[in-house]
Write a protein that binds this ligand. Structure first.
Ligand code: GLC
Length: 808
């Protein structure tokens, strides 16, 4: 039996409904403060709180709040990478309170308040009743102090800027937790809890990460205007303060602490096709044929739960899939990889080898009674591996590795790991052989499942790049897996919501993410499907997925026009794979997300809430059409129906890839786009690596690269990373960089390419292509000092239904 106090804290989590908070007046506040050794000690009538300060990096400080009421003082969070777990302890000074000074912040603690001044000048200050304790619960109550933007927070619905919003940090199976999510875009929480706040005050950003895996709430002016607060329901919290001033400084600093996504295998950043309902070998062969016949590239086909025998993990329904390895190898020969779904729930059935071996090795979670915790998911009664135990991870990794290699499967899709437990309350699931209450690992269940699954790939080949996708996760899960944003719906609201949701996830470190394109629940229409593909074709993760009882939504299911427009988006994605690959490489090296809100680069007020257009890497801006079917502003232009939208064109010059012309920025456009058009713009001074060769599913070599140069007033530059694209050797520094500089002068393009680093020079063949100019041009290219001169001819390049004249 657990200690009483722990049981109470678990119970409290169960009883609180989402959206409910603990009233700040229920907390006790400090009335005395003193220093002992390297810590400040704050005491109230019902508590004693020890506060320590450490410098973690030059831009990050950690404040540890240790509440004596907390029964179990261990830190269970796996958010912070090993290298950043130890900091340099800072001794306090006494100066109008207790003062800690680090390179990036000055922290002053008074009996019930906290005052933080970051090196950027940004101030975070609590109210007079700013530090509160209620049993195990902990409260920090900040003044808004002119902060106007709040970003990050993991996976969320609603808008990008969370000012005025209230957020719950407790992973849920959204459709089970909230009724009518099909019609709503305001439910909270969702599947991925990351209590990371990026705060914008004036033009300065500061990051605050609350490291505590227990349930938490962040309310930003909703219950008390002029204040924002953090509440944790149990356990101790460590607060990481990350210095700006720019948004990118904060995001880079946060990913330095919590880790970055590895560079993915190239096939995994292609196009994916999935549906809950593909149920036999014949379905998969038919899909392969359809993609070929309709001339649409596809890099992977996905097996949802119907491939299994009675939903038993690590099995196949042999009637429908007589020889999965043969099937998967046949698909692979056509350049199509395969991914299988894996739920954590193991069917409780004696004689089923997976259950029997798990039981024998004692790897399943326990109930308070000490018996295996039983939930009810697809296979009926199920037990759940306790992925927090090394032995359970080893057990899982062994089964998974065997399954992947025996069946020639390339990737895994981790689902229902919020964890979804059916009618059986998840809160009764305990960890560490029943020793630990559910709350310690609830938000980390999927994270540890991803870690265990990642180990399976390492068993097969430690040098290879794994591909995993998970529904749930927490801070740091990007180290192991990509994330998709779960069960959305086929409607315009959910299309609109996908953008802020993926942007905030990216700012929270999870850059490899994306929604179910086309929408999961309900029936999509041709127009909606086209707009989903146009909005989503440059999302880091690009997969069409739908539920079994919805209308089929593969690209060919509607009409020839829909097929043609969708095909163009998918083909353009493949043309831009070298660009996307570079974005992932940049993320690995710096932490910058692949998809970024405009405020990543632009300061003005007009960008603070802007979340219906976005940047992909440094160069491309997408402003997708998010309304249709008689909603929004539809007009007729030359007999053709167009949708009009507002686009904020930031300062500088932008090349409009629909019109093929340069536009001066710093203004708002009213942009009319036909059904075939997605408003796409390239920033002046960009070089976009583009693949112009034949496309055959995932077979793409990235050895012949066109350098698409967009230079109006600014010279164009690009640092292009070159590695083997297959192994993880780049992590040991085995990659090169081609520094590319292009100048466009009267009638002449000068391109300088200088390669350096640990990779053979000349591996990639670059060829310049120029936009926005006409006539006869000379291209002078200097590759590692060797000059080549040729004259450019007019050719065309295509960008989602637009065939633009270029000089190549
Ligand atoms: C969950 C997943 C969904 C999947 C379904 C069946 O709802 O989120 O993507 O298709 O389960 O496995």
């Amino acid at each position: 039996m657990p200690s009483d106090r722990r049981a109470v804290s678990t119970l409290r989590v169960t009883c609180m409904r989402f959206g409910q908070k603990v009233h700040p007046l229920n907390f006790d506040y400090g009335n005395s403060l003193f220093v002992l050794g390297d810590s400040a000690h704050l005491a109230g009538n019902s508590f004693r709180l020890q506060i320590r300060c450490e410098e973690i990096t030059g831009c990050c400080t950690r404040l540890s709040f240790d509440n004596a009421n907390v029964a179990d003082k261990r830190q269970y969070s796996d958010a912070i990478i090993e290298a950043c777990r130890e900091g340099r302890s800072i001794s306090p000074a006494l100066d109008e309170g207790v003062c800690f000074q680090t390179r990036s912040s000055t922290i002053v603690i008074g009996p019930a308040r906290l005052h933080i001044r970051m090196a950027t000048g940004a101030v975070l200050e609590t109210t007079e009743d700013g530090i509160g304790i209620n049993g195990e619960q902990f409260l920090l109550n900040f003044r808004m102090g002119g902060a106007s933007g709040f970003y990050g927070f993991g996976e969320r619905t609603r808008r990008l800027n969370k000012h005025g919003d209230s957020l719950d940090f407790w992973n849920v199976d959204v459709v089970a937790a909230f009724p009518h999510t099909y019609d709503r875009d305001d439910y909270d929480p969702a599947y991925v809890a990351i209590p990371f706040a990026i705060i914008k005050t004036g033009t300065v950003y500061t990051g605050v990460y609350f490291d505590n895996p227990d349930r938490a709430i962040i309310d930003i002016g909703k219950i008390r205007s002029g204040q924002w607060l953090y509440q944790s329901m149990g356990g101790n919290t460590q607060v990481y303060l990350i210095n700006g001033p720019r948004l990118r400084d904060v995001v880079r600093g946060f990913t330095e602490l919590t880790g970055r996504a590895e560079v993915p295998p190239v096939w995994s950043i292609g196009y994916h096709q999935c549906r809950w309902g593909y149920r036999s070998e014949a379905d998969f062969i038919a899909l392969k044929e359809h993609f070929k016949r309709h001339d649409i590239p596809v890099s992977a086909l996905w097996y949802d739960i119907d491939y299994m025998d009675g939903y038993r993990l690590f099995t196949w329904d042999r009637e429908d899939f007589p020889d999965p390895a043969v099937l998967n190898n046949e698909l692979k020969e056509a350049g199509i990889r395969t991914v299988t779904i894996m739920d954590p729930g193991v069917k409780l059935e004696r004689g089923y080898p997976v259950y029997d071996s798990g039981k024998a090795e004692d790897v399943f979670c326990k109930a308070v009674s000490g018996k295996e915790y039983v939930g009810r998911v697809w296979p009926g009664d199920t037990v759940f591996p306790d992925f927090t135990l090394e032995a359970a991870r080893d057990w899982w990794a062994a089964w998974l590795a065997k399954f992947l290699s025996e069946n020639a499967v390339d990737g895994v899709w981790l689902d229902m790991n919020d964890p979804a437990t059916g009618f059986s309350a998840a809160e009764d699931m305990r960890f560490a052989n029943g020793q630990l209450p559910h709350a310690k690992y609830h938000n980390q269940y999927a994270h540890y499942m991803a870690k265990a699954s990642r180990e399976a790939f390492a068993k097969l080949d430690p040098r290879a790049r794994p591909f995993l996708l998970t529904r749930s996760g927490c801070t740091g899960t990007q180290r192991y897996s990509a994330i998709w944003t779960g069960d959305n719906a086929s409607n315009w609201k959910h299309l609109r919501m996908a953008i802020p949701s993926t942007l905030n996830l990216g700012l929270s470190g999870v850059v490899f993410n994306g929604p179910d394109v086309g929408g999961f629940m309900g029936h999509t229409t041709a127009e909606l499907l086209i707009r989903w593909y146009q909005a989503g074709f440059l999302f880091p993760f690009f997969r069409n997925h739908s539920v079994w009882n919805s209308k089929s939504q593969e690209p060919w299911q509607f009409n020839p026009q829909c097929l043609a427009y969708v095909r163009e988006t998918v083909v353009t994605r493949y043309r831009l794979l070298p660009y996307l690959y570079q974005c992932f490489f940049v993320h690995y090296l710096s932490g910058d997300p692949v998809l970024r809100p405009l405020l990543y680069d632009y300061d003005g007020k007009e960008f603070e809430d802007l979340d219906d257009q976005f940047l992909v890497g440094d160069s491309i801006m997408v402003a997708p059409i998010l309304e249709g079917e008689e909603q929004g502003r539809e007009i007729m232009v030359g007999g053709r129906k167009c949708q009009v939208r507002h686009i904020v064109l930031p300062p500088g010059w932008w090349f409009d890839l629909n019109q093929g012309e340069w536009l001066e920025g710093n203004r708002i456009l009213q942009y009319a786009a036909g059904l075939e058009e997605v408003p796409l713009f390239v920033r002046d001074g960009s070089i976009i690596p583009y693949y112009n060769g034949p496309i055959r599913n995932s077979f793409i070599t990235l050895q012949e690269i066109e350098l698409h140069i967009f230079s109006k007033q600014r010279p164009a530059r690009l640092a292009y990373f070159i590695d083997d694209r297959e192994t993880r050797d780049y992590q040991a520094g085995r990659y090169g960089t081609a520094q590319i500089d292009a100048r466009v002068d009267d009638g002449e393009i000068n391109v300088g390419i200088t390669e350096a680093g640990d990779y053979e020079t000349g591996t990639v063949n670059f060829r310049p292509v120029l936009y926005g100019y006409q006539g006869q041009w000379k291209a002078v290219t200097a590759v590692n000092g060797k000059l080549q001169t040729r004259s450019c001819t007019v050719q065309t390049r295509s960008w989602v239904c637009k065939h633009l004249s270029v000089l190549a």
